[in-house]
Write a protein that binds this ligand. Sequence first.
Ligand code: F6P
Length: 347
Amino acid sequence: MRIGILTGGGDCPGLNAVIRAVVRRSSDRGHEVLGVRDGWKGLTDGVFMRLGRREVSGILPRGGTILGTTRTNPYKVAGGVEAVIENFGAQQLDALVVVGGEDTLGVAAQLHSEHALPVVGVPKTIDNDLSGTDYTFGFDTAVTIATEAIDRLHTTAESHNRVMVVEVMGRHTGWIAVMSGIAGGADVILIPEQPITVEDACRELVKRHEGGKDFSIVVVSEGYELTYESGEHRLVAGVARESDQFGHVVLGGVGDALGRDIEERTGFETRVTVLGHVQRGGSPTPRDRVLATRFGLKAADLADEASFGRMAALHGDKVVDIPLEEATRELKTVPAEWYDVARAFFG
Ligand code: F6P
């Protein structure tokens, strides 16, 4: 067999571990693996690289993706879908492993259902917002980085009697905020799914300071809408960039706005830290390396068995496979029970 592999969307730690696992298992079976450069762009433009044992040697602990990635959507490029199908055939590929989040996998699902493209999916994203899998790889690393940042901010907050607002990624879900906030002992956590008001958040901080603590940590997810008792609510976002053919608004900035609000309303000196892409960079945690490796082996098995239109997924502690469109049907949001765990430590 000739198996292609591409990584699309925002990068995340663990992508290289998937590539390594697909190559190792497939070449052990005598299959050839062809890397597609820069996500769907490489398949649209016809840019490939050979992947053998030598090319994947030493990449397990490396962040990013040796294949490169873009947010190219062949359905938004004139002649894009036709070019994908033509290049796939020209390279004599028998299967394509697609490693991505909702956008990249959404394209894979569509190409499979509309053009019978033999695809297999692997779910990745630091945001952990894909349905059908308990966890995506990359998430544990992002939570680890955010937790370490919160730990560090604690000591400086305490020395200066300040409120520290930490803005984390997560797009329209609050997984990173809730998990790192619980792990780091945050005093208030604001997420899109449970938009407590700014007034409520300030009341928690005042209560805490009245109880004798004179510093606080507030974790806010980039997709939290500033929500007020008046009923006003506002998402802090910019328009989508041209390079993003899936048209996502650019999130970021809610931390600053919230910090200003907190300082004005409580009178407590407040500082803001935006973690940004630090959460996506660097080496994956052992947990992410293991999950990505298991997903990669599963994807190689699915390709070998010609089980197309399926995606590797984690259910409990088992790696299973599910229909690809299940993963992209809806966003996996933070359930109320998780937020209740966080809320037990507010104030
Ligand atoms: O989906 C992953 C993610 O890191 C989100 O958490 C964030 O909103 C977005 O990507 C940032 O995208 P970009 O890398 O294009 O700035």
